[in-house]
Design a binder for this molecule. Sequence first.
Ligand code: GLU
Length: 307
Amino acid sequence: MKKKVLAVVVGMTMAMMTLTGCGAEKTAGAAEPAASSESVAAEETESGAAADAAADGMSTDVQAIIDRGVLRVGVKNAVIGFGFQDELTGEYSGMEISLAEKIAESLGVDVEFTTVTAATRTELLDSGDIDCVLATFTITDERKQSWDFSTPYYTDYVTVLVQKDSGIAGLADLKDKKVGVSSGSTSARSLVAAMVENGVMSGDGFDAKTFDPATWTDGISFAQYDDYPTISTALSAGEVDAFCVDKSILAVYHTDDRTYIDEKFAPQEYGVATKKDSGFSAYVDELVTGWLSDGTIDGLIAENGIE
Ligand code: GLU
């Protein structure tokens, strides 16, 4: 019976993906058919996962993870203190890893980590390959249209890394420079907004909602890369003049011959992302808010040497 319910849930997820299309275009209303499919799954089953879930008030999405026995989580592998993978042992560590382990522990299941990038994390969530993302993922109003986010567990800031011999010391020196950013990140938009706010650029034609790093050339330009090591190599090679992203992510690329600019800007609130309207979202949020109020998250921040 359980198998049948799981098949219905998988079918439902696929139907939802077909109905909602790719991430950025999803709307909250588009997820409604999934909710009715869920109740069909529950009705069709007299015993099994959906009925168990209904009986104890647990969402079928949560029950599906429990039945699988594994929580699949998208994490970073090169962000020290957040999600970092030891190359020799393959072990992951950091506060996002510990949080994922604690969510799995609360569910009574194992945890399986998949390394994601800013560009791949939402695709993997949309396809159902992972159940949630704990990967320095900034909560934005735009993203909230497509995915659910927990209450923030950490706030970082954006800054810029440059070669010391470049002479670039602050936002003003970035005028007319080329900056490396990650595809799928908030970084380029945050940098242009900060330059406009600081009077370095006029801001004519800048609209945060429609901003596209690929086409922006007014006062600064961007090269987009799929991952951070490639941006670091491009900076050393002089392909770009600067490397812009959250300070936590930049730390591992901050070698002796490099320095940060003076300013840090654009607060980045990190949340656990789950599928839009999934029953798992509320479950995760309850855990995170509990860990914020009982000091667990402060403890993880301290343990991982995060400021
Ligand atoms: N935190 C930023 C974002 O979500 C930077 C990208 C990243 O997390 O890799 O856009």
